[in-house]
Each structure stands twice: as structure tokens, then as C-alpha cells.
Design a protein around this ligand. Structure first.
Ligand code: PEP
Ligand code: MN
Length: 268
């Protein structure tokens, strides 16, 4: 099934026994940028399961701008994610950066994230066609909608029909916000593809106080879900501290999104 088909053929992607993306129920994925410790993830999961948030995020292989910045806990982080996931019955999504990591990550996680910096890593995309897990494909930093859909097509055409697209902001001239959330692309993608589309307001805007309005706009615009960064001690996050919500703010945000979801005929 190609990425671009009749929009009324909306695909629903099962990421665990009880969580699917693309149906009437919106899916909120929450968690820190980086998995730092068991106690951090335990606090996140126990807050988020009551929010309710339907899935957990957390990077263990991190695409850091500087090679000297913390690169992630690797397998130790995967073990933390898997334990917390099991304990709280929350599926987990985590980033895969290289073909060599696919098998290991797929053994622990429910969904594999392709980061913006790898959206056109075509060999990685081809290999993910055989990963046996759903893929969360993030839009490249400066990728056109056509390039984004073609990247999805690489995964689909290599055998994996379960691709969720994620708009996470694109680069522009103004650096007041980290990126520019392209809501036009979200609306366009909802017409162009049957694949679910979610929005990452955290990386789009880069400042915690601006995450909530963008999250609301994304839902009003037809997004099938959100992926939002949050942390028990936001200022202490090892990466992306400036955009992390506190767990209390995350719970409040999910609550405040309810009426917006209802207004567009969706549920949280
Ligand atoms: C992330 O989700 O932490 C991340 C690195 O995102 P992106 O690839 O969109 O920059
Ligand atoms: Mn991040």
C-alpha cells in the first residue's frame, strides 16, 4: 500500500495490545528526551499513566549535535524502558539511529523512531522495512512534504506497512522558536496520505511555555496524536531541558486538550 492514496483509507496502526494510532482515539506519547535512570522513568510512567498518556518515549541512542554530549544509555536504557513499560502497561517508542541497532531495539521497544536527522538515511529506512515493529518517522529538518512521504514509501515498499508520520517543526530564519511547526503540512498530509500523522510540539517550538498552545493547534488541525517531552525535574534534563514540561504540567495539558479533541470529533 503506497503512502499516497485516497485519504478515506485511513490506516490504523496497532502499537500494542490496547494502543492504536489513527483511530478516533488520539494517542499522546510522553516522556523525557533521554532515558537517564530507572527512578526518572518510574516517576514519568507513574504520573503519565494517570494523565492518561497512552505511550512512553525516551531516547537511549541520542543524535546529539556535539560528539562530547551524552550519547545515551544504550542497552541499559532499553532495559529500563522495557521494565517500566511492563510495570505500567505503557508501550514505548525509542529512536533507532543505525541498522546495527534495529534488532536489539526491536527486542525491547514497541515502536521504533527514526529521528529527523535520519529521515533520508535510505539504507536505514530499507532495513526498517523488515524490523517487525511499527515505525515513527519524523520529518527531516528541511524536508519537503514530498520527500517526507517518499521516506515513508521506502519503509512501506520494503515490507513494513506500519508507519506513523511525525511533524516536528522545520528550520526557518527566526530562532526565537527552535523550529517552525508546519501545521499546513499536517493538514496537507491528512489529505495526501492514509498514514496516521502525529505532531511533536516540543521539538517544534523548543520552549516549554509554548508547547501547550501548539499541542492544541495540532489537534484542532487533525493530528492523530502528539509526542511531548516531559521530565520529573525539567531544568535538570540531560538534553532538551528548555522544552521539557514538568509532569504536573503534562497531566494538566492532557486534561486541557480534551475539549479541543471533542470539538474535532476525537477522544483522549
Ligand atoms: C527526539 O525525539 O528526542 C529527537 C531527537 O527528535 P528529532 O529527531 O525530531 O530532532
Ligand atoms: Mn529531544
Amino acid at each position: 500500500l503506497h503512502a499516497q492514496t485516497e485519504p478515506d483509507q485511513q490506516t490504523v496502526i496497532q502499537i500494542s495490545d490496547n494502543v492504536k494510532i489513527g483511530g478516533k482515539d488520539l494517542v499522546i506519547i510522553g516522556g523525557p528526551c533521554t532515558v537517564e535512570s530507572m527512578s526518572q522513568m518510574e516517576q514519568v510512567a507513574s504520573h503519565l499513566s494517570i494523565a492518561p498518556v497512552q505511550a512512553l518515549r525516551g531516547g537511549v541512542y541520542k543524535p546529539r549535535t556535539s560528539p562530547y554530549a551524552f550519547q545515551g544509555l544504550g542497552v541499559e536504557g532499553l532495559e529500563i524502558l522495557a521494565k517500566v513499560s511492563q510495570r505500567h502497561n505503557l508501550p514505548v517508542v525509542t529512536e533507532v539511529m543505525a541498522i546495527s541497532q534495529i534488532e536489539t531495539i526491536a527486542a525491547y521497544a514497541d515502536m521504533l523512531q527514526v529521528g529527523s536527522r535520519n529521515m533520508q538515511n535510505f539504507d536505514l529506512l530499507k532495513a526498517l522495512g523488515q524490523a517487525g515493529k511499527p515505525i515513527l518517522l519524523k520529518r527531516g529538518l528541511a524536508a519537503t512534504i514530498e520527500e517526507f512521504l517518499m521516506a515513508a514509501e521506502y519503509i512501506l515498499s520494503h515490507g513494513n506497512p506500519d508507519v506513523v508520520l511525525c511533524e516536528r517543526g522545520i528550520r526557518s530564519f527566526d530562532n526565537y522558536t527552535r523550529n517552525v511547526l508546519d501545521l499546513g503540512a499536517v493538514a496537507a498530509l491528512k489529505q495526501l496520505t492514509h498514514l496516521p500523522v502525529i505532531v511533536d510540539p516540543s521539538h517544534a517550538v523548543g520552549k516549554r511555555e509554548l508547547v501547550a498552545p501548539l499541542a492544541k493547534a495540532a489537534i484542532a488541525c487533525g493530528a492523530d496524536g502528539l509526542i511531548i517531552e516531559c521530565h520529573p525535574e525539567p531544568e535538570k534534563s540531560v538534553s532538551d531541558a528548555r522544552q521539557a514540561l514538568s509532569l504536573e504540567d503534562m497531566v494538566q495539558l492532557v486534561h486541557n486538550l480534551r475539549p479541543v479533541a471533542e470539538a474535532v470529533g476525537r477522544r483522549i
